[in-house]
Ligand binder design. Structure first.
Ligand SMILES: C[S@@+](CC[C@H](N)C(=O)[O-])C[C@H]1O[C@@H](n2cnc3c(N)ncnc32)[C@H](O)[C@@H]1O
Length: 196
């Protein structure tokens, strides 16, 4: 287990859900194609489940599971009613309809290979990653990438994904069943922003 997972374990991932997380969730709700709704959803790196239940409200899934490397966080997620299991995403990858990775990639030693396995094992993928940089509000542990690096990682590893900016994070939405998903590459100048 990595250092961040150990540090999160006693108190959970989010002592409170900050306004930036709520803003990002609303941005996702507005941007989400209908094909992502009512699916069997796996929250990969669910942590303590606090964000999982907010994601449940956004995706309205037909079923929900959570996976995390930390047994202590999995226990907390279960206490919130999430059907959670301990799993190391760098070794094992579940499969199904919809995978959501909210703030997990920057904790992995090989995020590229993880994304490749997610793409192989799921029909739909939603990734949200915080941005690093002097102007970013980033309280998350791990090693967040700067915008251009993260956009390149997401575009290269999830070809056809829609990459959307939301001020202090990027989203990638991939619908593998959408044959017409050859979208233009993300460019920071095209980033969508939302008011504070
Ligand atoms: C920034 S936290 C995000 C947690 C949750 N998605 C949230 O937003 O509250 C990153 C999570 O990834 C988990 N994690 C890190 N490495 C992992 C791995 N190899 N396999 C599974 N989970 C991992 C950590 O334990 C931690 O709960």
């Amino acid at each position: 287990m990595n250092l961040a997972s150990l540090l999160y374990a006693p108190f959970g991932n989010n002592i409170v859900i900050g306004p930036h997380i709520r803003r990002q969730l609303e941005h996702l709700r507005d941007a989400l194609p209908p094909s992502f709704l009512d699916r069997r959803m796996d929250d990969l790196g669910c942590g303590d489940g606090r964000v999982t239940v907010l994601l449940e409200d956004v995706f309205q899934p037909a079923g929900l599971r959570g996976f995390d490397i930390s047994p202590a966080l999995v226990r907390k997620a279960r206490n919130r009613g999430v059907d959670a299991e301990v799993l190391d995403l760098e070794c094992d990858m579940p499969g199904g309809e919809l995978a959501v990775l909210w703030g997990v990639l920057h904790h992995l030693s090989d995020p590229r290979s993880c994304l490749r396995r997610v793409r192989d094992n799921y029909d739909l993928v939603c990734v949200r990653e915080p941005l690093s940089g002097p102007s970013r509000v980033c309280f998350e542990l791990g090693s967040p990438l700067v915008e251009n690096e993260l956009a390149a990682l997401l575009s290269d590893s999830l070809p056809g994904a829609q990459v959307l900016g939301c001020r202090d994070c990027l989203f990638a939405l991939l619908d593998g069943s959408d044959e017409s998903s050859a979208r233009p590459a993300f460019h920071p100048a095209h980033r969508e922003t939302v008011p504070a």
